[in-house]
Design a protein around this ligand. Structure first.
Ligand code: ADP
Ligand code: UDP
Length: 237
């Protein structure tokens, strides 16, 4: 496998063509951003930590029967993935209230949500990722009704697998965002699952162990990501 030209540089990762038209290389950079790119910093080791974290989680999900784009680790900061036709829709499940849910609905942070909630957002930085629903997604062609149904099933299935995995490590999976894409007529989990795209709290102390440390200037961002990873059994360099 040969890495070719860069296709796209996002806020945290870059996507490269390969000599295989059906595969991309994802490069996890140290760049960190929040608030739609308004707050930006380089955090040493972040690319490596998120790449290894994501590989570990994607393998767990694949083993549980959830189709993912992940193929293999290529280097500390690079992964080989299936090329997907990404859908511009972010799927969010919440087990505990936090973040935009609290701001939007005026509910207190830390409330247990039963059953867990499911929300859709349009992936569009210029519009600040507005909340959408299935009707809007179908009407505007962002995804078909059957694709949305499958994304919802898979997003909740991810919750079953990961909630249990985190719980065993004394961690609370508060919420997370997933992105899906199409390949060969199938809906497949793409992008990444790392502490950048979810909220994780220590079960006993409720310490924030995710990107909220960066958003809220709490410090020790990557050290804390690594602690989460180590508690899950991930080996870092
Ligand atoms: P953003 O685009 O939000 O700034 P990133 O920096 O994480 O985000 O960039 C990675 C980009 O790669 C995202 O736009 C994501 O949708 C896209 N992507 C992730 N996985 C795949 C894949 N398997 N095939 C094609 N594109 C992908
Ligand atoms: N999230 C993300 N990317 C986004 C928006 C949200 O990874 O563009 C994640 C976020 O880290 C959290 C979950 O999705 O784990 C729910 O985010 P929320 O709607 O509360 O928004 P935020 O508070 O991050 O603005």
């Amino acid at each position: 496998m040969e890495k070719r030209d860069e296709l796209y540089a996002g806020k945290a990762k870059s996507v490269y063509y390969t000599d295989d038209p059906e595969r991309f290389v994802l490069v996890f950079r140290d760049d960190t951003s929040a608030f739609d790119g308004e707050k930006k910093e380089q955090l040493t080791r972040k690319g490596m930590v998120n790449n290894r974290f994501n590989a570990f989680i994607m393998e767990k999900l694949e083993a549980a029967g959830i189709p993912t784009h992940f193929e293999k680790l290529l280097s500390p900061v690079e992964s080989l993935v299936k090329k997907l036709d990404m859908l511009p829709v972010e799927c969010v499940v919440r087990n505990v209230s936090a973040g935009s849910l609290c701001r939007r609905l005026g509910v207190e942070e830390g409330q247990s949500l039963t059953p867990p909630t499911y929300e859709l957002f349009l992936k569009n930085d210029a519009l600040h990722d507005p909340m959408i629903n299935e009707s809007l997604a179908v009407t505007f062609g962002w995804a078909a009704a059957d694709e949305l149904a499958q994304m919802k099933i898979l997003t909740y299935k991810v919750n079953e697998v990961l909630k249990a995995l985190f719980e065993e490590a004394g961690l609370l999976l508060v919420d997370y965002k997933l992105e899906f894409g199409r390949v060969s007529g199938e809906i497949v989990l793409g992008d990444e699952f790392s502490p950048d795209g979810c909220r994780i709290w220590d079960m006993a102390t409720r310490k924030k162990m995710d990107k909220d440390r960066f958003r809220q200037g709490l410090g020790d961002v990557i050290e804390t990501y690594e602690e989460v990873g180590k508690r899950l059994g991930i080996q870092f360099d």
